[in-house]
Design a protein around this ligand. Structure first.
Ligand code: GLN
Length: 190
């Protein structure tokens, strides 16, 4: 059975546990670097990227997570997790993993639409749209050459893949649709 780590410092990690259980995976809530050794893949959840970053400092997790990625193990960042995976964060010097060749803008959909839901067409998941739950969501403003855009909404890039790294602006774990988690887990069979 596959074991997936979920970075459980702050934010929406419990919901990912449920989605992954529905996909038949075992999960480990990761707070210590050693716990990464048991995991074949890792999810960085939504929350507040600056807070998660501070906790990653305290828990000494920056380099262990970078090594995890360098070893070719898949990482999926949702919302704040996407912010932490990005190389560029517009107007911010906050710490980040910088593993994906993307630029992102935080809280990018504006105050009037702080949170919203929308049907998102994600071709790699088939015809049926994904219900995207956006909460103070970022979007991607630039992608490097090795980055594949998997979905856009309102002309904004919101789901990207680079090798075994996946990043999405919305919260798939807040719905019962597990197709995106399953798509991520399939990276392990490639
Ligand atoms: N606005 C948050 C950030 O930039 C992300 C919000 C979320 O994860 N739902 O860190």
């Amino acid at each position: 059975m596959i074991t997936v780590g979920i970075l459980a410092l702050q934010g929406a990690f419990l919901e990912h546990v449920r989605s992954l259980a529905a996909c038949g995976s075992r999960t480990v809530e990761v707070r210590k670097a050693e716990q990464l050794d048991e995991c074949q893949a890792l999810i960085i959840p939504g929350g507040e990227s600056t807070t998660i970053g501070k906790l990653m400092d305290s828990f000494g997790l920056w380099n262990p997570v970078r090594r995890f990625a360098a070893a070719g193990r898949p990482i999926f960042g949702t919302c704040a997790g996407m912010v932490l995976l990005a190389k560029d964060i517009e107007g911010s010097e906050q710490p980040r993993l910088g593993l994906m060749d993307i630029a992102i803008k935080r809280n990018a959909f504006g105050r009037q639409v702080d949170s919203f839901e929308a049907d998102i067409h994600v071709p790699v998941l088939g015809e049926k749209p994904v219900r995207g739950v956006f909460i103070r969501a970022p979007f991607v403003t630039a992608v490097g050459s090795g980055v594949e855009t998997l979905a856009s909404f309102d002309g904004k890039v919101i789901l990207v893949r680079q090798g075994k790294l996946l990043a999405g602006a919305f919260h798939p774990e807040l719905t019962t649709d597990t197709r995106l988690h399953q798509y991520f887990l399939n990276f392990l069979n490639e």
